[in-house]
Ligand binder design. Structure first.
Ligand SMILES: Cc1ncc(COP(=O)(O)O)c(C=O)c1O
Length: 383
């Protein structure tokens, strides 16, 4: 029987190897380095946790099912899944096409691949199909990569259209699904070859661990990511897998609450005279409002606000009592940050300006607090 994502998430233990033998509601943490080859028989043999581990395999089986892929590698951080994607799909002198509005850590990694391996990085605005077509037509692009929504600009990319364009030009297509998560959209079903994400954020949901994952569409690509994960030691340790799974069954209810709270705050801020612009895909003023609602089931509680001045943005952050000045998102606690200062400090001012981000842009990640308390905190901070 074909199940909805939240049904699978509520029965995660069933994805564990040997689940049938115990019927346990949760699953054992095999916190071991090695396995005795003489003690095992059957189809699946474990030898060393870097290559394979039953605890990690449970999470990989779950992510494979909910993303609709053929195989997955859980990695020790979200950025490790981006690195693993590059290690798997790029070689010296490769060309990659990337949406210019991307996470600062991804941007830094691209610079490293450019400097060390002479990878040509073509940045483009993925809302401009002519621009993308031109690059794809004139360059041997191996990989197309974007986030949707993008971080920090909250652009919504038409994944189906980009997938078609990538295929027409024999390029692989990868989507960083960290913001929307698989509860909301499944990029592999829209034409992507890889869906990768930081589980540090909404998926683990409690800000207690850093981790990531990458899911491949075909068995061949799945085999390749496993090969490079083992070679480069990218895989996640079993204790961290356990921490991630504690949050997973409640992903849907948390996403609903993050979305609901963030809409109230975004609508409130939109009316304030100290604000220039609020960019939230759930607001009618968002340029891809229709696509956002069509492509995603739930909208994440992350959005950007342009204050009238840098001084006001800084005063606001300094004076808030509930909001922490923190990077990352998707935790129960609300947080604010100036991307130019923290999460996207690897961009120059000009590079940020090109994607519409300035020093007075504040990124909000709305948590699970009472929304009236959050509004009172904003009011007192700006007084
Ligand atoms: C879109 C996106 N991808 C990847 C990452 C990297 O994840 P991690 O911090 O878990 O390494 C982040 C981190 O903020 C992110 O925002």
């Amino acid at each position: 029987m074909k199940k909805h994502v939240e049904t699978s998430l509520s029965h995660i233990a069933k994805f564990a190897p040997f689940a049938e033998q115990t019927g346990a509601s949760h699953f054992p943490i095999y916190n071991t380095g090695t396995f005795d080859l003489k003690k095992q028989d059957g189809d699946k043999i474990y030898d060393y946790t870097r290559s394979d581990n039953p605890t990690r395999e449970m999470l990989e089986n779950l992510f494979t099912e909910v993303e609709g892929g053929a195989g997955c590698v859980c990695t020790h951080t979200g950025i490790a899944s981006v690195a693993l994607l590059f290690e798997t799909t790029l070689k010296a002198n490769s060309h990659i096409l990337v949406e210019a509005d991307c996470y600062g850590g991804t941007f830094r990694l691209l610079k490293i691949f450019k400097e060390k391996y002479n990878v040509t990085v073509h940045f483009a605005d993925f809302l401009e199909f002519d621009q993308m077509e031109e690059i794809l037509k004139n360059n041997p692009i191996d990989l197309v990569l974007c986030e949707s929504p993008t971080n920090p600009g909250l652009k919504i990319i038409d994944l189906k259209k980009v997938g078609i364009l990538a295929k027409q030009n024999n390029a692989l297509f990868a989507v960083d699904n960290s913001l929307a998560t698989f509860i909301s959209q499944q990029p592999l079903k829209l034409g992507a070859d890889f869906s990768l994400f930081s589980t540090t954020k909404y998926i683990s949901g409690h800000g207690a661990v850093v981790a990531g994952a990458i899911v491949a569409k075909t068995p061949e690509l799945a085999e390749q990511i496993h090969y490079y994960a083992n070679a480069g030691g990218r895989s996640q340790n079993p204790m961290d897998v356990y921490l991630i799974t504690l949050g997973i069954p409640t992903l849907k209810v948390r996403m609903l609450e993050h979305e609901k709270n963030s809409i109230v705050i975004a609508q409130y801020l939109e009316k304030q005279n100290y604000i220039k612009k609020v960019t939230h895909p759930s607001l009618k003023s968002h340029p891809q409002y229709d696509l956002a609602n069509e492509q995603m089931k739930y909208i994440p509680g992350l959005f950007c606000v342009d204050f009238n001045s840098i001084e006001l943005a800084e005063q606001f952050i300094e004076n808030t009592k509930i909001f922490g000045e923190k990077c990352s998102f998707g935790s129960p606690d609300s947080r604010v940050e100036i991307p130019a200062k923290i999460s996207h400090a690897t961009f120059s001012k000009e590079e940020l300006a090109a994607i519409g981000i300035s020093d007075s842009t504040v990124r909000f990640s709305i948590g699970l607090e009472n929304v009236e308390d959050l509004i009172k905190d904003i009011e007192q901070a700006i007084e």
